[in-house]
Design a protein around this ligand. Structure first.
Ligand SMILES: [Zn+2]
Length: 274
C-alpha cells in the first residue's frame, strides 16, 4: 500500500504546540490546500479572529462529534460529501441553484461518500481490516442499512398520513407502521417527535437511490476502486459543480442511469447481506 499515508490525529503537527489545532494536509504532504483539524471542547467560544481578505482564501468548516468506531468514519465521509458538494459549486450559478433545489442531490453526494465505508475493498485498504473482518462488518452494516431503509420508507408513509390525519390520534398508527416495517417495537409516544420537517425522509430515500446509482455508474466508468482514482474525483467534482440546478432525477439521467429507482440499491444491498 505504498500510495497510502495513514496518520493518527495525535501524530499530526500542531500549530502552536497546544494540540487543539492540527495541520492535517501539511502532515500528509498535501500542499495545495490547507485542510486542518480543530479539536474543540463543547461550547468553546475562543476561536481566534482572523482575516482572509488579503489572501482571498475561503474556509469551509465541517463540524463533527466523535463517538468512536465505524460511525465516526461514516459521519466524517457523509459530512465531507456535503462540504465537497457545496465547495465545488460553480460560484456563477444562480442563487436558487446554490441555496435551494432538491436536497436529494446533496444528500446523494454525502451518501455516495459515506457508503465507501460500507465497501469491503475500502475497509481493507484504508482502515486496514482483514478480509474476514471486512466481510463480517459489511454484513452487519448491510443489516443496519436494510433496517434504516425500511424505517425511512415507513416514516414517509406515516408522515404523509400524519399531515392528512387527526393529530391527536396518530400514535397507534405511528407505532404500528414503524414496528411492522422494522420488527423493532416503536413507542406510540414518539409519533410527533420522530417526524422530519418538510418530508425530508423522502429526500433521504431519493438520495439512497441516487448514491447507489452513482456508485454503480462510477464502478462502470472507473472500476470497483473508483474511490482512489483521480479521474473519478474530477468527474464527481464536475457533477457537483452544478450545485442543485438539477433535481435527483435529472442528475440520475445526466450520469446515464435515470430515472431514480430502488433497483441499484437493491442490488448493492443483496451483495452486502448475501
Ligand atoms: Zn446529509
Amino acid at each position: 500500500m505504498a500510495d497510502v499515508t495513514i496518520k493518527r490525529f495525535d501524530d499530526l503537527e500542531s500549530y502552536n504546540g497546544e494540540g487543539r489545532f492540527r495541520y492535517a494536509g501539511r502532515s500528509l504532504g498535501v500542499s495545495a490546500w490547507g485542510m486542518n483539524i480543530l479539536m474543540l471542547p463543547a461550547q468553546w467560544s475562543d476561536y481566534p479572529d482572523h482575516d482572509h481578505t488579503k489572501d482571498g482564501q475561503e474556509e469551509v468548516y465541517l463540524v463533527l462529534r466523535p463517538r468512536g468506531g465505524h460511525a465516526d468514519y461514516h459521519t466524517f465521509w457523509h459530512e465531507h460529501g456535503h462540504a465537497h458538494h457545496f465547495a465545488s459549486m460553480d460560484p456563477e450559478l444562480s442563487f436558487e441553484a446554490r441555496w435551494l433545489g432538491d436536497n436529494s442531490v446533496t444528500e446523494g453526494f454525502a451518501m455516495l461518500f459515506d457508503h465507501m465505508t460500507l465497501d469491503p475493498r475500502w475497509l481493507m485498504r484504508y482502515p486496514g481490516l482483514e478480509s474476514g473482518e471486512a466481510r463480517d462488518l459489511v454484513f452487519e452494516l448491510g443489516v443496519n442499512e436494510l433496517f434504516m431503509l425500511r424505517r425511512y420508507a415507513a416514516k414517509l408513509a406515516y408522515e404523509i398520513r400524519l399531515h392528512r390525519g387527526d393529530l391527536d390520534r396518530m400514535g397507534p398508527e405511528y407505532a404500528e407502521r414503524l414496528t411492522e416495517a422494522t420488527l423493532f417495537r416503536y413507542p406510540e409516544g414518539e409519533y410527533l417527535l420522530d417526524v422530519d420537517p418538510g418530508f425530508y425522509s423522502a429526500r433521504y430515500l431519493r438520495a439512497w437511490q441516487l448514491q447507489a446509482l452513482l456508485a454503480s455508474q462510477l464502478t462502470e466508468r472507473f472500476d470497483e476502486d473508483w474511490f482512489r482514482n483521480p479521474r473519478a474525483g474530477g468527474y464527481i467534482q464536475h457533477l457537483m459543480s452544478r450545485g442543485q440546478a438539477d433535481n435527483g432525477d435529472q442528475l440520475a439521467k445526466r450520469v446515464g442511469g435515470g430515472p431514480l429507482s430502488f433497483e441499484p440499491l437493491r442490488r448493492s444491498l443483496e451483495q452486502m447481506v448475501s
